[in-house]
Design a binder for this molecule. Structure first.
Ligand code: NAD
Length: 468
């Protein structure tokens, strides 16, 4: 009898939640207004939801509340419009969490000094949410992390509020989840990975299918309903752990394939084969091959970091993730390879690295983004300085390099005058920004180390180019 009542209550609560989503009366909170959280909050606001963005950084909150952007590829006009229309409300006041129907966590998940997962941001946010958790709320974690974080780490923190949510298996059929019987939960909890590629205009976030997995069926169904209001397609999996693992599989796949092609690049160089030509030929195969490209090393907040979340978790199961570690080893050796290739090229010209002036083009971790995180350019600059080179840089997205956690160059981007290109002993193309005129760079520079095949269409003075 009680079971029936529980199940009726549960169905009614779910119907009410879905109705709020459909009517756009649900209030959505997004915690962490960074590269992931800010555009996500704006997507919900644009769809008509009253969206509150929470962040612990008062400077960001103030800027966003004033309708200003701090991430170049997120247009100011979009933020200003949503703030003016009162659909997007940035705040540092976490007590407003209590008023939300759904709360999405988009806080950082870095590695610590020992290369191990640093879950402190998730833990702090979990505690902040628990302090204001209201019955019926849906909490979704989006931060990239190892399988088990949602139900082993976040759930107990949220339950410190006194409210309960049971982990219960369910089966998935299409985008519907069938529950095993159980009592209605006080709150709902799910995981949904962020798959956005910032700055990629070919795949706007709403068109990237959204994977969701709940700690139980109702949580999965609620999360599916929430994201279906913004994303064109949702993909439900049978647990929060499967959703967490799906994100890691995607990133490990990239890391391993990039390492493979980086290794083949090193071999091809010794064999006098152009790896870029090889990749172009291989990618004409219409099936069974996806092209990945070599480069100066891995960058960005995801690929160099996320795989090691799984490596760490795997140890608990007495398992060694050999592919991940080998890929990490190969990829992290690439900046040193660039410096060695430069030293050899200078040597052939009877010059040495020590005392040479070297201009780095591009410090962002990939083209056309204003993101420096884990950028291999920075490691290359540090290695060059250690070898006594005089390092300069140019990047249209970074007029100055301020002090960072690991680096402190105190350099300003040089103007790309004819002299700035011709006076240094070498120019390294570390990031292939679209705004660069590569023909002009090759024409002016004395020696060009091209780590991105950016000079592929340059016809003249090719003798100055070293592909690496
Ligand atoms: N950047 C990407 O392209 C990308 C893509 C997919 C997944 N991810 C994952 O998404 C998560 C967030 O990444 P990001 O790039 O948006 O990070 P970010 O550093 O750009 O933004 C994080 C934001 O969270 C805020 N913050 C930190 N602690 C907080 C707290 N306790 N409460 C509220 N706000 C807090 C910070 O001030 C910052 O504004 C990470 O787990 C990352 O791995 C990122």
């Amino acid at each position: 009898m009680n079971k029936k009542k529980d199940s009726e209550e549960s169905l009614a609560a779910h119907a009410a939640f879905v109705s709020k989503i459909e009517q756009r009366t649900a209030r959505v909170g997004v915690i962490g207004l960074g590269y992931v959280g800010l555009p996500l909050a704006l997507s919900f606001a644009q769809k008509g939801f009253a969206t509150t963005g929470f962040d612990t950084d008062p400077a960001k909150v103030e800027k966003l509340a004033g309708g200003k952007t701090y991430i170049r590829h997120i247009p100011e006009s979009q933020i200003a419009r949503e703030v003016e229309q009162k659909r997007f409300h940035p705040t540092g006041d976490f007590s407003q969490l209590r008023e939300m129907d759904a709360v999405i966590l988009c806080v950082p998940t870095p590695l610590d000094a020992h290369h191990e997962p640093d879950l402190s941001y998730i833990r702090n946010t979990g505690k902040a949410v628990a302090a204001h958790l209201a019955p019926g709320q849906l909490i979704v974690l989006e931060s990239t992390t190892y399988p088990g974080t949602t139900d082993e780490v976040l759930l107990p923190l949220l339950e410190e509020s006194g409210l309960r949510c049971l982990v219960a298996p369910y089966t998935v059929s299409g985008n519907s989840a069938e529950a095993t019987e159980g009592p209605a939960d006080d709150f709902l909890l799910a995981y949904s990975p962020e798959r956005e590629d910032p700055g990629n205009k070919d795949f706007p976030r709403e068109r990237i299918p959204k994977v969701v997995g709940g700690v139980n069926a109702r949580s999965a169904l609620a999360a599916e309903a929430l994201y279906a209001s913004v994303f064109e397609r949702t993909v439900m999996v049978s647990s929060s752990r499967a959703a967490e693992m799906a994100k890691l599989l995607e990133n490990i796949y990239r890391s391993v394939n990039i390492a493979l092609v980086n290794e083949l690049k090193l071999l091809s160089q010794r064999m006098g084969i152009n790896i870029w030509e090889v990749i172009e030929a291989a990618r004409t195969k219409p099936f069974g091959y996806t092209a990945f490209y070599p480069g100066p090393g891995l960058g960005g907040h995801c690929i160099p970091i996320d795989p090691f979340y799984l490596t760490w978790k795997a140890r608990e199961y007495g398992f060694t993730t050999r592919f991940i570690e080998l890929a990490g080893e190969v990829n992290s050796a690439m900046p040193r390879h660039v410096v060695e290739a430069l030293a050899e090229a200078l040597n052939r010209r009877k010059q040495c690295l020590h005392g040479s002036r070297i201009l780095i083009l591009g410090v962002a971790y990939k083209k056309d983004v204003d993101d420096l995180r884990e950028s291999p350019s920075l490691e290359i600059m540090e290695l060059l300085q250690k070898q006594g080179a005089r390092v300069e840089y140019h990047d249209p997205y970074f007029p100055r390099l301020h002090r960072m956690r690991r680096y402190d160059f105190q350099l300003a981007s040089v103007d790309l005058t004819p002299e700035a290109l011709s006076e240094p002993e070498a120019v390294i193309i570390a990031t292939d920004h679209s705004s660069y005129d590569y023909a002009l760079i090759v024409q002016r520079a004395r020696l060009v180390i091209d780590t991105r095949n950016a000079t592929r269409n340059v016809k003249e003075h090719r003798e100055k180019i070293v592909q690496c």
